[in-house]
Design a protein around this ligand. Structure first.
Ligand code: NAD
Length: 342
């Protein structure tokens, strides 16, 4: 295997703290000689300011070509008729699978040894935004309606993604999370397809099922029972933030949006305008996203090296940014991580 920068990869530094944490992550990736050949592009407010378009064609074309992107947080422009950048990316590249690993990194908290993954369907469900209002009680908009849909094909595909992920990553169990007792059609179809797919993996990956409200409670009372959770869009959105809360919040939460056309890796948090430019942002969520990207391209060796540097720095407790209860700057943390790379 060559160590040259052989994998063209789109890099979007993003807005707010985006450029600061991206610089840190690129420095650490360079330190392990990661194989990404960066194509730098703009999106978000940086792109609105430059070309009056939050997601310029050049940026989309680059992702179409590379099929791989590391994306810093983007500020969603308010007003001006701009469509959500994340939604546009998901639709453009059919990014149907949202992958959110949750792992204890900071020791000594309430939830030690958590290591679970939530797979969320990203395109359908209630986020299809089929909304409307109708008159009632003398008010022309007295009733608000919101509908959603799932397709059999997509239910099958997302559950299959979760089982394949389990096989590839040596995970033992997939939990199908639903509300089929009440939402009988939509969640019923998800569960029916989920059970069908689970049959095909019998003997290799175990399956169980949870109703979403019970799952939410159990994530708090006994999260260790979960390995891979797969669920529909809305439930996955809520449960994955809940899971992030167990292990130190969004500052430590990475995510990936995946299809057969592209894979976009990102920190789950936003552009943090309140601390932008101060040099105190925590780069770990974006770094963990980069670690996922290394695993995605088959460089487990480099991913493991960065993972152990993170564990070692955070466990020693000496160098932590403000959100982790410390006083270190982004640069201090970057330097400490580089020093621990073996
Ligand atoms: P946010 O995640 O940016 O910030 C919430 C709080 O967490 C702030 O106090 C912030 O300082 C802190 N924080 C976030 N990331 C941090 C980090 N790496 N290190 C230290 N502290 C950190 O959420 P918000 O304020 O609601 O959103 C700000 C902007 O980001 C909005 O325009 C929003 O639309 C956008 N956003 C983008 C994404 C994305 O691009 N994936 C995700 C969420 C929000």
């Amino acid at each position: 295997m060559t160590d040259s920068k052989s994998i063209p990869t789109t890099l979007i530094p993003g807005d707010g703290i985006g450029p600061e944490i991206t610089e840190s992550v690129v420095e650490i990736l360079d330190a392990v000689n990661a194989p990404f050949a960066w194509e730098r592009h703009i999106a978000g407010m940086a792109a609105v300011d430059a070309v009056n378009n939050p997601l310029p064609k050049d940026t989309i074309d680059s992702i179409r070509k590379t099929g791989l992107a590391l994306k810093g947080p983007l500020t969603t422009p308010v007003g001006g008729g701009f469509k959500s950048i994340n939604v546009t990316l998901r639709q453009e590249f059919g990014l149907y699978a949202n992958l959110r690993p949750t792992r204890t990194i900071i020791p000594g908290g309430r939830y030690e040894d958590i290591n679970l993954v939530i797979v969320r369907e990203n395109l359908e469900g209630y986020y299809a935004a089929m909304e409307n209002t109708i008159p009632a009680d003398g008010d022309p908009k007295g009733i608000a309606l919101s509908g959603g849909y799932v397709s059999r094909k997509e239910c099958n595909r997302i559950v299959r993604f979760a089982f394949d992920y389990a096989v590839k990553n040596n995970r033992k169990k997939v939990t199908l999370v639903h509300k089929a007792n009440i939402i009988k059609q939509m969640c019923g179809m998800f569960l029916e397809e989920g059970r069908k797919v689970a049959e095909e993996y019998k003997g290799r990956v175990a399956v169980d099922e949870r109703i979403v409200d019970a799952c939410s409670m159990q994530l708090v009372t006994n999260p260790w029972q979960f390995d891979v959770i797969v669920t529909t869009n809305l439930f996955g959105d809520i449960l994955s933030d809940q899971a992030a809360g167990l292990v130190g919040g969004l500052g430590l939460a990475p995510g990936a949006n995946i299809s057969d056309k592209a894979a976009v890796f990102e920190a789950v948090h936003g552009s943090a305008p309140d601390i932008a430019g101060k040099g105190i942002a925590n780069p770990l969520a974006l770094l963990l996203a980069a670690v996922m990207m290394l695993r995605h391209v088959g460089r487990q060796d480099l991913a493991d090296r960065i993972d152990s540097a993170i564990s070692s720095v955070i466990t020693s407790g000496e160098v932590r940014t403000g959100d982790m209860g410390g006083k270190a700057s982004t640069k201090d943390l970057t330097a400490a991580l580089k020093q621990k790379l073996v």
